[in-house]
Design a protein around this ligand. Structure first.
Ligand SMILES: [Ca+2]
Ligand SMILES: [Ca+2]
Length: 305
């Protein structure tokens, strides 16, 4: 649905440039510098109601074209002017729901949130592909807190996560997984061949280890993305997303199953558990504290005591 491979290229570039990012941003306010670190797992009261503010960081490299900003549990959502406020708030709620998945007011994984805050993880939202803000961001952003971007044209708050309607959960999950989980649990979630439980599971799901796209997959493969420009790491981060949203039940309807069959077969939680035992065991292993519940676009600890 997205030019995911180009995003992967972007994130790899971002990753490669991270070593000098500190210097380039040193004399300007950093993207999340205005966000107080509450120092604990409990979100502050102000996070319970998200508010769209003016972009506090227009002078930071790559951030000049954003006009809207929401602080979410010490992380940031930035949006271009044409992205509707309701869409920006939808992204903020989904981000919070993925981090405090049981919505009890406590962030589920302290190690994860610390990593994401340290890397100044953010969700960039653009009007559309090729917009002014996207061009500026892709050209000039020097941080290490992004691995996917979100367009106003691919958001529908009334259908959270529905394939083909709302990419909010997908794109935010990619960033959390790539910037956070891969870093803090590398033995589980690293993306290189032979590096992790994730890639071991993927090699089974694809019917073999294919560092380069095999052209056609073995008949017994159930993960067979046909985008030949998506490299192994791209395949791995996308695989993790498929497994997680399947486990959440987001893909579990006949229309969606049919729509994604060219890429991903086990579209219900039950199929995932029986067909892909390795990845199911990985993503439900409590030590990694991955979100298990589908975000509904409404984060409300007060309503979920
Ligand atoms: Ca929680
Ligand atoms: Ca909710």
């Amino acid at each position: 649905m997205l030019k995911w491979s180009s995003l992967i290229v972007f994130l790899i570039m971002v990753g490669c440039s991270s070593s000098d990012s500190g210097e380039s941003n040193e004399d300007t306010s950093d993207p999340t510098g205005s966000v107080p670190d509450n120092g604990g797992t409990n979100p502050t009261d102000s996070t319970l109601t998200f508010t769209i503010e003016e972009n506090p960081d227009p002078s930071v490299s790559g951030m000049a074209e954003f006009t809207k900003y929401v602080s979410v549990l010490g992380l940031s959502v930035y949006a271009e002017a044409g992205v509707e406020d309701a869409y920006v708030l939808h992204a903020a709620h989904v981000l919070a729901e993925l981090l405090d998945n049981d919505e009890d007011g406590n962030i589920d994984d302290e190690v994860l949130i610390t990593e994401l805050r340290n890397r100044q993880a953010l969700v960039p939202m653009f009007n559309r592909e090729g917009s002014a803000a996207e061009n500026d961001f892709f050209e000039n952003y020097r941080g290490e807190g992004v691995s996917a971007v979100l367009y106003g044209t691919e958001i529908d708050p009334s259908q959270p996560g529905r394939f083909g309607a709302d990419a909010t959960i997908e794109e935010i999950m990619h960033t959390i997984n790539h910037v956070g989980h891969r870093e803090i649990y590398p033995d589980a979630f690293e993306l290189e061949p032979d590096s992790s439980l994730l890639t071991a599971a993927m090699d089974v799901a694809r019917g073999g280890q294919f560092v380069y796209h095999p052209g056609t997959y073995p008949d017994d493969a159930w993960y067979h993305y046909d985008d030949t420009t998506c490299d192994y790491r791209c395949m791995a981060i996308e695989y993790l997303y498929w497994a997680q949203v399947t486990n959440m039940g987001i893909l579990n309807d006949p229309q969606t199953c049919q729509g994604i069959a060219n890429e991903w077969e086990p579209c219900s939680p039950e199929l995932l558990e029986s067909m892909d035992t390795l990845v199911h065991a990985l993503i439900t292993d409590p030590q990694y504290k991955l979100p298990q519940l589908a975000p509904d676009g409404s984060y409300g600890p007060a309503a979920n005591p």
